[in-house]
Design a protein around this ligand. Structure first.
Ligand SMILES: Nc1ncnc2c1ncn2[C@@H]1O[C@H](COP(=O)(O)OP(=O)(O)O)[C@@H](O)[C@H]1O
Ligand SMILES: [Mg+2]
Length: 286
């Protein structure tokens, strides 16, 4: 275990090693998935052979046209739906069901309104019953602080802003010390200013906890700002259209969004998605 500056223990990983020496945290190979559509009695091919790896300590974003299969892929990595071909491994173990090594964060917080911030954060730990109550509360308090909510542990969700509720969501996901965070458009419901602030906050949180993350977003600048690589999905059935390396300094502040290289990447990814959307006519209905 590793002590972070906030005093919370997280499993040690190799994020500080050079990229070449890093281990692979998540590896998806040739992932195919079909949904059965009862209304028309047909199989709908959603994922048509996804190959994607995420290194330990890395944040990889997924972007792509609406309805192409991004959430489906993330749900498969979480183990909530089974795939029809290929394999998904986390720490070299094939995924067949959800597990404490993975945690999801959604757009809409699913906090319990009758529990305080601290009680929401410790909820998963209570279910696990792996640590004594005092240790659980200590970890919960440290996480509340980690996500910048010191002083709000005894508040209820309705007393918080949208950005604060998403902080609680992130703290709750981190509580069982997952190896891989799966974030499905977590900031989509926030106003533009809060959203930018939360992007910078998320980077700080990931740096302190040394977590690995897979992040879905509709917003190209959010993907570039947060990621070391951006995976662009094709229109459904989804394949990897391109994996774009974000060769920007690792330490990022929001000012980097004004850098010409940032603009160039934004333009490049926008074109890739536009090509896919045009193909399905999605851009007419956006
Ligand atoms: N539970 C489900 N049953 C059948 N079809 C589904 C289900 N969930 C999603 N779909 C369909 O699968 C496709 C991909 O959906 P989704 O993964 O949510 O896309 P994205 O997150 O990229 O917008 C869509 O066409 C959607 O209608
Ligand atoms: Mg989605």
């Amino acid at each position: 275990m590793d002590q972070t500056q906030t005093g919370i223990a997280f499993e040690h990983n190799s994020a500080q090693q050079p990229a070449s020496a890093r281990s692979i945290k998540m590896a998806a190979r040739n992932v195919r998935l079909d949904y059965y559509n009862e209304r028309i009695g047909q199989l709908l091919n959603v994922l048509a052979g996804i190959d994607l790896s995420v290194h330990t300590g890395e944040l990889v974003s997924i972007v792509g046209p609406s309805g192409c299969g991004k959430s489906t892929f993330l749900t498969a990595v979480d183990g909530l739906i089974s795939i029809d071909d290929g394999e998904i491994r986390v720490d070299d173990q094939i995924i067949t069901k959800p597990g404490p090594d993975r945690a999801m964060v959604f757009q809409n917080d699913s906090l319990f309104p009758w529990r305080t911030v601290l009680q929401n954060v410790t909820y998963g730990l209570e279910l696990q019953q792996k640590m004594p109550r005092a240790q659980m509360l200590e970890r919960g308090r440290a996480l509340v602080e980690l996500v910048g909510l010191q002083g709000f542990g005894d508040h209820y969700p309705h007393e918080l802003s949208g950005g604060m509720r998403q902080r609680v969501n992130i703290a709750r996901a981190l509580a069982p010390d997952p190896q891989l965070l799966l974030l499905d458009e977590p900031f989509a419901a926030l106003d533009a200013q809060t959203r930018e602030f939360m992007q910078a906050e998320l980077l700080k949180i990931l740096e302190r906890t040394q977590k690995t993350a897979l992040f879905i977003t509709h917003q190209i600048d959010e993907a570039i700002f947060l990621s070391s690589r951006v995976a662009v999905f094709s229109a459904r059935p989804a394949r990897i259209k391109e994996i774009v390396s974000i060769d920007l300094p690792k330490q990022r502040t929001l000012a980097i969004k004004l850098d010409p290289r940032f603009r160039h990447l934004q333009d490049h990814i926008w074109r890739l998605i536009e090509e896919e959307s045009a193909q399905t006519g999605m851009h007419n209905h956006a």
